[in-house]
Design a binder for this molecule. Structure first.
Ligand code: MIG
Length: 801
């Protein structure tokens, strides 16, 4: 794959000098003497779109990725000109555009170079397909690091790598294998603590080279379409991500049960098997909220049908499962069986909804049902029809979520494992070939599925999971990382992928816990579930042809470990839900890789294993057999070992004990961690009390939030939510916890149980809202430093003698 630089330069065309400039409000056009136009759009002070035309000709402007609801607007825009350059200044950055070659250099307010063109924009004409192969190269200063790009199963820091985006069904993929299922052409660059981001919004096959071909250069290019990228300035890495996520869209809150534990296998059938599995979860008291039906529930793999031999009365079964707290989730694939007696096929044929080859025949491909045609999900009319197909399964049968698989799209027994390039797509009226639509196909399927599930689940919230995705898919769906393998290396990969997806705006992701292909040992399964409960999406799945993968198949010890961690996840649901709210509301990634957590500490730049779950819980998986613990880097600041309560100082690598039932976990000092009681499924119990675990710190360092609402439905959008913000102030002989409350939702519980951890003094007196209370009245447990207080206090003083 190494391309010779000279060869590559041959045939390349470069922009000439600028001959004219014009401005139309937020759009600035620079035209060169050889017909290149660079168009800048100022979206925000720190978000700039760069778009290049050749032959002075832009394509019709259309993108599936950009959200219509993202914030727009800037407070300042100044354009100046000197002999050499145009200088565009916003409140955050200034952009210099060279008059001789249209090269771009971006500076921050202190005149530091943030990002600078090397060869800049150049292109090659494509004789085979027409249009251009569009390219961009930028200087890579020494020490610059690169992150992002979706599901790449390689080191978090992409420096030295060349990667490609072309959604691919990659069964049993390996470390460093590329490309996989998703295409997220967004990366974050960071140099001298300053981070910026680039989103190359081009759905053709794209490539990114991070100092792989040339040591001081990064580049990205696409096999067609336009050079069209968005630049985001940080300097904070998290700001880069929230700005990117704001542009490409944020999800709605999922129903809380979707953040519970899910159990899946290829496949659970017949009904008696499904019942046996679900009953066993209840019997063993391992919490579980969702059970999946893989392709065998269908009649001959025909989507929207049921195999009546296995599932004679789906509606009854689904409601019986629901009575026990299990939400049923079913798989739906894109391939529609060619069968004149099949209603979905007939409707699609009659309405001309299937994809066609260049010269007119239908796109025919073999998948699970045998020979199939495939709906063109890039056609809005097709999406509308597809959404309507969920009426029965969701609206009547009562299925609660839909799982979209094979939507890269995957085709069996053909080279490339997908559609040929000539297949035609509507692309929302921008008719094109599969070269352009391939990477977006899965997202448009998930979008249509989301529309349908949402429509028929209303007034409840929808739940969708997809395998393939392009930037923006997070608006509609969660995702999983595809067909991994039951190996220790894959545990490492799963950890990386979940973190990388979080950095790429798609936090709601998890891996097949235990591995899809092959069979894990009990030990591997235990280590995987310990990590998996700290991923936003938490599901055990396996291909089923290598033995069973329910927790009890590994024996009593592993059942105990599984129960302990799944219980912990359920206790942490209010914490997890609050993280999700921060993601949905502000685009804040749910998992924070260490570099994202503390980019100013160079030690974090090449770390892969440790991450922060939410804002305050540091997690580091055990990734090898027979471990009694591991060395890990604890980021700067002070932390408490969750298991021992020991106080540790961060900023260095240290050994942490972790027997088979322990994963290293640390809580940031000053944090107040909310917990619910253990439930077997969301809603099993009335929440009688909110538990808060408050970790002492000296000074005033942390604000902790707890977001709650009805856990389903849309009342929260009308203000019916409860947002509590707690701030912790610790002194040598006193603690002050202040609470601020927002929203009109009245939580079920009346009291909060506060447990103080790491207290350096003995409690003598407690004041609630400036009134001294008797220690009995708040059930003070002096041994464990636990008190029970009315939920809506505004200030709590805890004082020593
Ligand atoms: O060709 O539906 O990644 O999760 O169990 C295999 C059967 C098709 C691939 C998915 C996997 C799923 C399986 N599917």
């Amino acid at each position: 794959m190494i391309i010779n630089t000279e060869l590559e330069q041959k045939g390349n065309l470069f922009p000439g000098k600028i001959i004219s400039f014009s401005q139309n409000v937020d759009k600035l056009n620079f035209t060169t003497d050889n017909g290149v136009i660079l168009q800048l759009t100022i979206l925000r002070g720190s978000v700039i779109r760069f778009r290049y035309a050749t032959d002075t000709n832009f394509e019709k402007d259309f993108s599936y990725a950009i959200s219509e609801t993202g914030a727009r607007g800037y407070s300042m825009l100044k354009v100046e000109e000197n002999e050499k350059a145009y200088i565009i200044t916003t409140s955050k950055i200034s952009i210099h555009i060279s008059k001789v070659n249209i090269h771009v250099t971006i500076y921050d307010k202190d005149d530091n170079v943030v990002c600078k063109d090397d060869w800049g924009f150049h292109w090659e004409q494509s004789h085979q397909y027409g249009g251009n192969i569009v390219k961009m190269s930028k200087s890579a200063p020494q020490g610059e690091c690169y992150y992002g790009l979706g599901d790449k199963p390689m080191h978090l820091n992409l420096k030295g790598k060349r990667v490609e985006n072309w959604a691919t069904d990659q069964y049993a993929f390996g470390k460093d294998q590329d490309p996989l299922y998703k295409s997220v052409p967004f990366y974050i660059g960071m140099h001298e603590e300053r981070a910026y981001g680039i989103f190359f919004d081009n759905t053709f096959k794209t490539f990114f080279d991070f100092c792989h071909e040339r040591r001081n250069v990064t580049s990205f290019w696409a096999q067609g379409g336009e050079m069209n990228y968005y630049f985001f300035y940080g300097p904070d890495m998290q700001e880069v991500i929230t700005r990117y996520t704001d542009l490409t869209g944020k999800p709605e809150l999922p129903p809380l049960w979707a953040l519970g534990y899910h159990q899946c296998k290829w496949s659970y059938y017949p009904e008696s098997k499904v019942k046996e599995i679900t009953n066993k979860f209840r019997e063993l008291q391992i919490p579980c909220d969702a059970i999946y039906l893989d392709i065998d529930y269908m009649e001959g793999f025909r989507c929207f049908t049921w195999n009546k031999e296995y599932f004679p009365d789906p509606k009854r079964m689904v409601s019986e499962l629901l009575e026990k707290g299990f939400k049923t989730i079913v798989i739906i694939d894109p391939g529609i069986k060619i069968d004149n007696d099949y209603f979905v096929y007939k409707e699609a044929i009659n309405n001309d909804y299937f994809c066609k080859r260049a010269d007119g025949p239908y796109m025919r491909g073999k998948v699970w049902p045998g020979e199939c045609f495939f709906p063109d999900f890039t056609n809005p009319e097709v999406r509308e029809w597809w959404a309507g197909l969920f009426k029965e399964i969701i609206g009547e049968v009562g299925v609660k979520g839909v799982w979209n698989d094979m939507n890269e799209p995957a085709v069996m027994e053909v080279p490339g494992k997908t559609f040929p390039n000539d297949v035609r797509h509507d692309y929302d009226g921008n008719h094109c070939s599969h070269r352009k639509a391939h990477n977006i196909y899965g997202t448009q399927m998930a979008r249509a599925t989301y529309e349908g599930v949402k429509r028929f689940a209303y007034p409840k919230r929808p739940f969708i999971i997809t395998r393939s995705a392009y930037s923006g898919a997070q608006r509609y769906t969660s995702s999983w990382t595809g067909d991994n393998v039951a190996t220790w290396e894959h545990l490492w990969i799963a950890n990386i992928q979940a973190q990388r997806m979080s950095m790429s705006g798609m936090s709601f992701t998890g891996s097949d816990i235990g591995g899809f292909a092959e069979h894990p040992t009990g030990e591997l399964y235990a280590r995987w579930i310990q990590l998996g409960v700290f991923h936003p999406f938490c599901r055990t799945h396996s291909s089923g042809d290598h033995g069973n993968q329910e927790p009890w198949t590994f024996g009593e010890e592993i059942v105990e470990v599984t129960r302990k961690y799944v219980q912990l996840r359920y206790q942490l649901l209010p914490y997890l839900y609050t993280m999700f709210w921060e993601y949905a509301e502000f685009g804040i990634p749910m998992l924070k890789s260490l570099v994202l957590f503390d980019q100013k500490d160079p030690q974090t730049h090449y770390r892969t294993d440790e991450f922060v779950f939410g804002n305050q819980i540091l997690v580091c998986p055990i990734q090898e057999p027979n471990a009694k613990g591991r060395r890990m880097y604890i980021p700067r600041g002070n932390w408490y070992n969750y298991w021992t309560g020991n106080y540790v100082k961060g900023g260095m690598e240290q050994w942490v004990d972790a027997d088979l039932d322990t994963i290293p976990l640390f809580i940031k000092e000053g944090a107040i961690i909310p917990k619910y009681p253990i439930q077997q499924y969301v809603g099993e119990k009335k929440i009688e009390e909110l538990k808060l675990e408050a970790y002492y710190c000296l000074g005033n360092k942390e604000v902790s939030k707890v977001y709650e609402d009805a856990h389903d439905g849309y009342d929260y959008a009308k203000g019916r939510f409860s947002l509590r913000s707690f701030s912790f102030t610790g002194k040598e002989n006193e603690i002050i916890i202040q609470q601020h409350k927002d929203g009109s939702y009245i939580t079920e519980y009346e009291t909060m149980q506060i447990k103080l951890i790491g207290l350096p003094f003995k409690i003598h007196e407690i004041e609630i809202d400036n009134v001294v209370v008797s220690l009995e009245s708040i059930k003070f447990d002096s041994e464990n430093n636990i008190i029970i207080v009315p939920k809506d206090f505004t200030e709590l003083h805890i004082v020593s003698a």
